[in-house]
Structure formats: C-alpha cells, structure tokens
Design a protein around this ligand. Sequence first.
Ligand code: DC
Length: 207
Amino acid sequence: MRIVAIDGPAAAGKGTLARRLAAELGLPYLDTGLLYRAVGRRVLDAGGDPADPAVAEDAARSLAAADLARPDLRTPETAAASSVVAAIPGVRAALLDFQRRFGAAGGAVLDGRDIGTVIFPDAPAKLFVTASPAARARRRWLELSAGGATLDLGAVKQDMAARDARDASRDAAPMRPAADAVVIDTTDLDADAVFALALQAVRARLG
Ligand code: DC
C-alpha cells in the first residue's frame, strides 16, 4: 500500500510538501482539508450554522466535484467554518469513504489532520509537519496578502490559534501525530530542506 499520510496544523507547509512528494513518487495527491472547507462553504452559502450537525452532515453527504473547485475555499471565513464542521462526527463519517477509496486504488499522498491516525492507520509512511505558531501565522498572512486580502497579522494569528485549538481538542479524530509518524518542524527550514528530509523518511518507509 503506497500511502503517504501527512498531517499537521494549518500553514505548516503540508500542502507544498505533499504536492512535491506526489510528483516525485508518481502518486495522486488529495488535499483533504478542501473537503471540510467545501462543506463549511456550502453551509455558509445556505445561511446555515456550521455547528448544526443536521445541516453540516447534509452538506457533507451532498458534496459534488464542483464544490471542490470553488475559488473561495481559502478565505478566512471558510477556514473557520471548515474547522467547526470538521468537529461533527457525522460530517467526518460522510467523507471517510471518499478518502479511503482515493488512496486504495493505487496509493496516494494525502494531507490533513487525521490521515495517519484514522483514515489510513496502516499507512507505511506517515509525516507530521508542524512549525511555531508565529511562523505559521506569518506564512498564512503572506499567502493571503499576496492574494489581495488586507488583513492584520495579529488577527490571522488569533484565527489560526482558535482553529488549532478546535482541531486538536475535538473528540472526533483530533489532530495529533500518529505514534509511528516522523515529525518535521519546518519553522527554520525552507521548502527544499523540508522536501529533502521528508523524501528520505518516505523512501525509507516505502522501501
Ligand atoms: O488543511 P486545511 O487548513 O485546509 O483544513 C481546513 C480544516 O479542515 C481544518 O481546520 C480542520 C479540518 N480538517 C480535518 O479536520 N481533517 C482533515 N483530514 C483535514 C482538514
């Protein structure tokens, strides 16, 4: 089973790393955060409350490919809603099969919060990618600013801390490193250094 599971908090560098690993290894890549973002977005668009299990579960069950291609999945508002819907067990259950089927076909690189602990607990290669809260907030602020948003760095840091706390403290599949995950702290590393470290760890695990 050529599954590479990459977990960790927001803006730690998971996405960039996952994309590069997938290209290097010739595997498809799934950003599982997009699934939760799309569910949160659907609830907001319908004027619903992301914390309402019935509404959020309905949105998760009726998710379509077009929902994942929307241009507004990266906004702070969508990010906050995604973290709220992600704490609802029925939402997670509705998205489970899709993630497992994606990887089961011929292997894959998946990134998220619970890939190595819940979605693919038997994955041979698991990474937990993290960085200091200050470094992550700065990266996300730069990313959002480059996209044209005018945001205060302090507000980005606060939003991220709230999301981290919710993602790590929920009962359903909380964010945490799997016992057999290789932890990579990217605070003082550039993307090339992270990639080199990760590729070495993944190759050792995949054989
Ligand atoms: O990776 P991201 O920042 O795009 O994820 C958005 C939210 O979705 C995140 O705050 C928590 C949730 N999420 C999750 O609970 N489990 C995953 N496997 C991926 C994301």
